[in-house]
Design a protein. Structure first.
Length: 356
């Protein structure tokens, strides 16, 4: 029995706390009653983009890579962002990450993360990125201001998390992420469907990265779209209390409670299943702020959660609570093309800004 105010866990494919996602990515059609609002949304978005691009966009001397998507719902931006940061660090760059910091309430903005930063201050995703990579991370609604803070930290490449529609910050490279299992849902713009921008927008970005594409993956109407496949892997679980790592094979045939407060919780359960772990899924709203009572389950079997959730649960973690770090891998051809493009951009920027 759940205590008052406790979220009701479920074992369903879609997050029950977001009926919109269930409609957009399922077979429900009630959102089509909102079709007139879609026309208004499309008009307003077009006018906003025109105004920003023409009058308020700011271009920086430091190269900017935007990692985002055109749809609402988890697509895998954070694992990709972490992979990009680590890859650039290995090439000798000093990347910094700009984030909105959704769910955090810092005392001031822009807010530069440090070793003591918490999800309550900066948001769960920025804290996860900072702890995984050690790179400079700055959060704030004003992405241009956050970018200037990172420039002062001597970052030579800036990555804007979920910044595809934040046109005020000019970008040199755009990477759009698409869920390889759910695609673009029903393909409609908000609020009838999950799309922030039309699917034709994918033709204008530098790379479309598809997270764990199905064998027959395709986007209707964009059959000839070139995309980069991204694979997600996980080999070990980490204890929230001790930090001790345990091979996922030791949990084979073990029944666990799977806790996921992410955009697509079913993906987390599927990952555990692929590792041979039998999981009862407890889905919570994306960016949910947990309390100890939320995770008091009837039996004492292990609790396994995403790394994004773990940064909010360490303070009251039990001895048998674990999180599952995931690693995103991309083809060598992508890295080669990205580094070549970055080299050209850096040279172009040196020429442009020296002449000013």
């Amino acid at each position: 029995m759940n205590s008052p105010g406790q979220q009701t866990p479920v074992s369903s494919g879609y997050n029950p706390h977001n009926p919109w996602l269930a409609a957009w990515y399922g077979k429900r059609t009630w959102t089509f009653l909102l079709l007139p609002l879609t026309f208004i949304f499309v008009l307003l978005v077009a006018l906003r983009r025109f105004w920003i691009l023409r009058y308020t966009q700011k271009r920086l001397v430091t190269p900017v890579i935007v990692v985002g998507n055109i749809s609402i719902g988890g697509t895998g931006k954070t694992p990709l962002l972490i992979a990009l940061v680590k890859g650039l660090q290995q090439q000798g760059f000093n990347p910094g990450v700009i984030s909105r910091g959704y769910g955090g309430k810092a005392s001031h903005y822009p807010h530069l993360l440090n070793a003591a930063s918490t999800a309550a201050e900066a948001g769960d995703e920025p804290v996860t990125i900072y702890r995984q990579t050690g790179c400079a991370v700055c959060v704030g609604a004003d992405r241009v201001a956050a970018a200037r803070v990172l420039e002062d930290e001597n970052c030579d490449i800036l990555l804007s998390d979920d910044g595809l529609q934040h046109y005020r910050l000019a970008r040199d490279i755009e990477i759009a992420v698409v869920d390889g299992q759910r695609g673009l849902g029903n393909g409609w713009r908000l609020p009838v469907g999950p799309l922030r921008e039309p699917k034709s927008r994918l033709k204008t970005v530098d790379w479309v990265v598809v997270n764990s594409p199905a064998d027959d993956f395709m986007i209707p109407g964009l059959n000839d779209l070139f995309y980069v496949p991204m694979q997600i892997s996980a080999q070990e679980l980490v204890n929230l209390q001790s930090g001790e790592k345990t091979s996922a094979t030791e949990f084979n045939s073990t029944r666990v409670h799977a806790v996921a407060g992410i955009g697509n919780p079913q993906r987390f359960q599927d990952t555990l299943t692929q590792l041979g772990i039998t999981a009862e899924l407890h889905a919570f709203p994306d960016h949910y702020t947990y309390s100890a009572s939320d995770l008091q389950f009837a039996n004492n079997v292990p609790v396994v959660m995403t790394e994004k959730d773990a940064v909010k649960c360490r303070e009251f973690a039990q001895p048998n609570w674990f999180y599952l770090p995931i690693v995103a891998s991309l083809p060598d051809s992508f890295w080669q093309a990205l580094l070549q493009k970055l080299e050209r951009i850096c040279e172009q920027k040196k020429t442009i800004f020296k002449s000013k």
